[in-house]
Write a protein that binds this ligand. Structure first.
Ligand SMILES: [Zn+2]
Length: 576
């Protein structure tokens, strides 16, 4: 209970955020014994026109590739000009992969020549499926090779979906401002890692998915793509306390078909919304980040709403906030106890129309998040240590949620008349992710046992940063065994519809639990829940969800996994 009181006192300070840079006095957070230290040339709005003026029967144009002039006039270019390669005169498209790489290289090189400037280090986060490098930049005042832990780290990610270019352009502009310009002073208080283009193959093809047709932003628990593995490695290595994921959303398309309206908001926003998310992650996301973000956007003349989407099925008119499954970067990073923020701009399907405004929106949003993180740096570090310890301390106690769902409600959604551009309110059925309905709960075990042949699952858990133990000797564990009581196959799905997934179907199983003493062999594995990533382990190893390692055939059978109810009295070694 001492931990709970300490954190309450800490976040009490955030209910009324001080306007000055001075952080609120924070109590010492006790250390939990069990928690290990984890190692414009944009088209002027006035000339934007309807691509097809042919009206379908019923009067509404169905084949618009872009906006009416009435809609476009609602989104004038910002006064600011950005200097990324895409905005060079006569540049035909977006910043290419080669241009992006040399842009980052030159920022790192320039910093080397300026001895008193913050360090700017080019990182090779990984390579895409076609072998394109995935570069990132690390901005830090820490001397070369020093421990970065003196300051909290913020990770900025863009373009997980290749056809959403504005975030990448924005992160190049932000990188420039961090290295040379207005954002540099923030590096006195925080480290920043910028991963501007997470899916270079998709970007080159102007296509949402990765080269193997897997949706990168549904792959953060399963880690089947090298692109998701690259992000996981960055998070494992640098332990960011704040992660921003920059996307763009569909403006016309199915919204015109369903609601005779087009999308209105410059920015849509959502933090992590997933079962077992620590409450203080949500509270800090809302009070320390979302509130200042809304103020920053408003001050810049940009509109904002919660993030929402709708299925690709035209007959389904329900609108849903972003999903509640442990598959997206937003939710998986939340289960890593990071403050995990999604920002989406009004872009998919518009080509380069309004690109400067879309980029500006991302820059304003990211600048707000970096400024908030810098102002709260000591609090963020303390809060993270507390949450990590608190999650670890819950092992063997209480309940965990296996499956949660969004809460059906209604919402008066502001959209635009597709012709005049006037505001148009559409009353929609709205699935709110802000309140989760708990559909299936279980007692929280001390950990999970995995058979000696489950190396694939073990390597993925290690890739996520999870601590895994290997049993040095045979022994007996007090456990609950799973029995499969029903099985069907189906596609993974989310609020948009079927998830693009080249791997085919998943298994949907139902299970019963049976208390047992199980005999376990040397060489089998124990995944303890007394660690900060316990809730990520739950998402991977409780078998009866669509994202579990069993459902996705990484774990072969419920017979080779079990819930461990007492702390094992068996000699074990942590895997490197
Ligand atoms: Zn996206």
């Amino acid at each position: 209970m001492r931990l709970g009181l300490a954190a309450l006192a800490l976040l009490a300070g955030c209910a009324a955020p001080p306007r000055t840079a001075a952080p609120p006095a924070s109590p010492t957070v006790p250390r939990a014994a069990a928690a290990p230290a984890p190692s414009s040339t944009a088209t002027p709005a006035a000339t934007t026109s309807i691509a097809s003026t042919e009206a379908a029967p019923g009067g509404l144009p169905r084949a618009w590739a872009t906006e009416s002039s009435g809609v476009a006039a609602r989104f004038p270019d910002p006064a600011v000009r950005y200097a990324t390669p895409a905005f060079a005169p006569q540049h035909p498209g977006y910043t290419s992969n080669a241009e992006l790489r040399s842009f980052l290289q030159s920022l790192a090189r320039d910093a080397e020549d300026a001895p008193n400037a913050p360090g700017v280090k080019l990182l090779q986060a990984g390579s895409s499926q076609t072998g394109v490098p995935i570069p990132a930049l690390l901005f830090t005042h820490e001397p070369r090779g020093a421990d970065l832990a003196a300051r909290p780290t913020v990770l900025l990610i863009a373009q997980q979906h290749g056809d959403e270019p504005a975030g990448a352009e924005a992160l190049l502009a932000v990188s420039q401002a961090l290295a040379q310009g207005s954002l540099r002073p923030l590096l006195e208080r925080i480290n920043v890692i910028v991963l501007p283009r997470a899916n270079p193959d998709g970007a080159a093809a102007d296509h949402r998915l990765t080269a193997s047709a897997i949706d990168l932003n549904r792959d953060h628990l399963l880690l089947r793509t090298p692109e998701a593995q690259a992000q996981a490695q960055l998070v494992r290595e640098y332990q960011p306390v704040v992660v921003v994921d920059s996307h763009e959303y569909t403006v016309i398309g199915r919204y015109l078909d369903k609601f005779d309206a087009v999308q209105r908001f410059d920015a849509l926003f959502q933090y992590a919304t997933v079962a077992n998310l620590p409450g203080f992650v949500t509270k800090a996301s809302e009070e320390w980040f979302r509130q200042p973000l809304l103020q920053s956007l408003q001050a810049a003349g940009l509109s904002a709403e919660w993030y929402y989407t709708t299925s690709t099925d035209v007959a389904d008119k329900k609108v849903s906030m972003g999903g509640v499954q442990a598959d997206t970067g937003r939710n998986v990073n939340g289960l890593r106890n990071a403050i995990s923020l999604l920002v989406e701009t009004r872009g998919v399907g518009l080509g380069r129309v309004h690109l400067a405004r879309r980029v500006h929106t991302h820059v304003v949003a990211v600048t707000s998040v970096l400024t908030s993180a810098a102002a709260r740096a000591p609090d963020l570090a303390k809060l993270r240590r507390f949450i990590d310890a608190d999650v670890a301390a819950q092992a063997c106690k209480g309940q965990l949620v296996v499956e949660a769902a969004a809460t059906p409600s209604e919402y008066a959604l502001l959209m635009l008349d597709p012709v005049s551009g006037a505001d148009k309110t559409v009353n929609v059925a709205w699935d709110s992710a802000l309140q989760l309905a708990q559909q299936r709960q279980r007692a929280r075990p001390c950990g999970y046992w995995l058979g000696a042949d489950q190396l694939d699952a073990v390597l993925r858990l290690r890739g996520l940063g999870v601590r895994v133990m290997r049993l040095d000797a045979a022994g007996t564990l007090r456990a609950e065994a799973y029995t499969e009581t029903a099985r069907e196959t189906g596609a993974r799905a989310d609020v948009r519809g079927t998830i693009a997934d080249a791997q085919g179907t998943t298994l949907r199983v139902k299970v019963a639990l049976q208390p047992l003493l199980i005999e376990v062999s040397a060489g089998s594995y124990y995944v303890p829940l007394d660690q900060p990533l316990a809730n990520l382990v739950v998402a991977a190893l409780e078998p009866d969800t669509q994202n579990s390692y069993l459902a996705n055939r990484i774990v072969g059978s419920v017979d080779v996994q079990a819930r461990v109810l007492g702390r094992p009295d068996v000699r074990m070694t942590a895997l490197p």
